[in-house]
Design a protein. Sequence first.
Length: 422
Amino acid sequence: MVSSRHKHDPLVFPKGFLWGAATSSHQVEGDNDHNDWWQAECDKQIPHRSGKASDHYRRYEEDFALAQSLGHNAHRLSIEWSRLEPHEGEWNEDAFAHYEGVFKSLKAKNITILLTLHHFTNPQWFAKKGGWERGSNVAYFCRYVEQVAKRLGKYVDYWITINEPGVYYYMGYVVGEWVPRKKNKLLGWKVYRNMARAHKRAYAIIHRVRDTKSKKAMVGIANNVISYGTYHKHRFLDQVFVYLFTLFGNHSFYLLTGRKRHDFLGINYYFRIRLKRKKGHLIPEDDNIAGQDRETNDLGWEVYPYGIFDVLMDLADYKKPIIITENGIAAANDDRRVRFIVAYMREVYHAIKAGSPVVGHMYWSLMDNFEWADGFDPQFGMIGIEYDNDHKRVVRNSARVYADMIKHNAILHEHLKHLGHN
Ligand code: BGC
């Protein structure tokens, strides 16, 4: 009798692979009352208040100890410009001391630091001056970058100048649901270009301040990438759409800044989009998956593991190290997160085997947090937060499964069982 059981060999990741999770300051710290999101929350332009968020500003030591206990050897976080420079040109020494403590805590645990300098929020004074809409304001960002590079830079292993410039543009200026809540595509395009200028200058500053003969800084961005697909595989026009959307959505920031100004590619991957031609329209629409009975996360985003393989192979052409700086699922049911992690990591493994130079994966997010205009409902964390129970941390099973992969630097047969392998 032939047994239906079979044993998979471990899917082993490259030596030194970076395993960890990501957060951003406004989403986890709490009380970030000097930035433009806080202002918009107070003005009720955003239907939720971040308040204490995950209370991470006070409890970072506990959180990093948890990450360490789960075997994380890397962590992505952002620092809050509006804390460091709450008023134009005034540096807050307490905030610098605080972040120094944060970095020292990570270093003491042997955790590689991926630092984001801008993750959607701006100091209120900067926003009042026109924020990213004015080219001349880029100089303020550069001044802040220089301060951070000089004063805290020795702790940083990977620099992410800007998180998802494309999402900032799309959500802030096209959809208009996120701060600054405008619907003005042209202005948004200007913002995107200013962010590209800012990255170029920040890239040069960080290298000038931090490079030594023996060690060069690693500087990049966290780029939101989407796996675009055709709706009708055989239609030429659909293929043209996919080409153009991929070029604009996934590659344009590299084209605007020049690929030389990216020492590594940080990519945030969440979903795929199939582009569907809309009768009588020039621009195609997304395939509306509602009613198609697909697996989605709690925000309605399709769970489509193969998409991460697709983008990793596309970006492999740059021949730069790739770090997945975000990838995660909003799911109140943690079993779904377990399956998500195993299924996506398996695709990451296959991409590496197929030649994509992926050197790390940061799950989004280390803990439940403030999900922008959606508030606290979506649960992205591998660590849950009980908001009404003094923000108690609860390590979820998904965190343990991820920890077990880290321990073996591999996906084992045991892990694949979560996907139904016997
Ligand atoms: C952002 C995070 C956000 C996550 C999930 C990314 O676009 O960088 O801040 O929480 O996606 O929506």
